[in-house]
Design a protein around this ligand. Structure first.
Ligand code: MLT
Length: 406
């Protein structure tokens, strides 16, 4: 018989958000009249900004004309988008990142999941707990092969005691996943806090995989939007960005990953290797690039109009975050996040079983959220709500919770 990658058998039977979806579908089959409010998966609800739609239409028309048609594009992304990103997200903010350090992709989920392709199996991986499940699941898929034991993964506890910010690892780790603003807890690291991690990585010759998918939601000063704001980070970090949460691209799919040319390591034979070159090699073999029309749409996010439109979408969702945060606090619940992130992380009232809380919230309030334990064992007893629904539904959800006799 042929064999399979048995690491897959070590994963939960289904991906967190697929499990939630099937639970909700089961509930709606039995209660077709229930007016369900979804504050579960972090999926946006506002339509795409007008500038993005205009760019899409224009690009579609180009594809209909022989003289402007685009076939395969560069696997790393078109220069027009890479240059626009380098200028707007980095150079104009005083950060020295060049277009050829930027790789366009179809989602931060894909890139954070695929980055392990260029890393060795022997690495000890530091992963926060709770965490966006993709980091852990993709490492289980990949590195638990054959004899590798779970000691290859070091969980960095994020709890109320440490304000959901991990402490530096007690032992050396080779690779560390950090996501700030954080999914799921909505917390952020200040510059000083992130600097400790960069210094740790430089000192230990470790790699930081920094997921900045939610940077547009930062409202406070002194919170870095990019890890490259921290001195030395270009020698120890890869950053993942997304157009999903700021510009509403969850259904279009576009993101980018910054792999600085200064980021190098040495092989077992002491040969110096550039991770930028490795990632380029990986992408050109396994990926044929993000669609031309989608890259034109992403470029429009940086136009003066596009910027304003994106800002107002983010503001809209942050008003929802405030509605949830303040509403639940008024009810006496303990809430975190929601200030620099579209996620509100709450302590389950009256239970330490976050799936039991999920079931009751669904059955009694018809509200979908995400159980904290779905993000890791340390998430047990906590629960995540998103700010991505409409104002109306968000207000309604908070009202239902306020009226809820638990
Ligand atoms: C989430 O709800 O955690 C995110 O939407 C998942 C994702 O971005 O893939």
């Amino acid at each position: 018989m042929f064999s399979i990658n048995e690491n897959y058998l070590k994963l939960n039977e289904s991906y967190l958000f697929s499990t939630i979806e099937s639970k909700v579908n089961g509930f709606t089959r039995n209660h077709p009249q229930a007016d369900i409010i979804r504050l579960g998966i972090g999926d946006v609800t506002l339509p795409l900004p007008p500038s993005v739609i205009a760019a899409l239409h224009k690009a579609v028309d180009e594809m209909a004309d022989k003289s402007t048609f685009h076939g395969y594009g560069p696997e790393q992304g078109y220069a027009f988008l890479r240059e626009t990103i380098a200028k707007n997200d980095f150079i104009d903010r005083g950060l020295d990142i060049a277009a050829d350090e930027i790789f366009i992709s179809d989602g931060a989920k894909s890139d954070t999941g695929n980055i392990g392709d260029i890393l060795g199996d022997a690495n000890v991986i530091g992963i926060t707990d709770p965490v966006y499940p993709v980091y852990l699941d993709t490492n289980i898929m990949r590195i638990l092969q054959s004899s590798i034991t779970s000691s290859k993964i070091l969980f960095l506890t994020c709890s109320e005691e440490n304000k959901f910010l991990p402490e530096l690892p007690p032992k050396r780790v080779d690779v560390i996943y950090l996501c700030y603003p954080n999914n799921p807890s909505g917390t952020v690291m200040t510059r000083a806090q992130l600097k400790k991690w960069v210094d740790y990585a430089l000192e230990n010759e470790s790699l930081i995989l920094f997921d900045a998918a939610y940077e547009a939601y930062i409202t406070e000063d002194d919170i870095p939007h990019s890890i490259f704001e921290i001195e030395g980070a270009k020698s120890c970090a890869i950053e993942f960005r997304s157009f999903s949460k700021n510009a509403g691209f969850t259904g279009l799919r576009c993101s980018y990953t910054v792999v600085p040319k200064a980021l190098k390591t040495v092989t077992s034979t002491k040969k110096e290797v550039s991770l930028n070159a490795l990632w380029r090699r990986r992408q050109s073999t396994k990926f044929n690039g993000t669609a031309y029309i989608i890259q034109r749409a992403a470029e429009a996010v940086y136009s003066p109009e596009g910027r304003k439109e994106v800002r107002s979408m983010v503001d809209y969702y942050m008003q929802n975050a405030a509605i949830i945060r303040e509403g639940l606090a008024e009810k006496g619940w303990t809430v975190f996040g929601g200030v620099n992130a579209p996620y509100i992380w709450l302590k389950c009232p009256d239970t330490t079983d976050s799936w039991a809380f999920f079931d009751r919230l669904l059955q009694e309030c018809h509200i979908v959220g995400t159980p904290g334990v779905g993000f890791g064992l340390k998430g047990e007893g906590y629960f995540r709500l998103t700010a991505f629904n409409s104002h109306e539904k968000t207000l309604e959800a908070v009202q239902r919770i306020k009226n809820w006799k638990q």
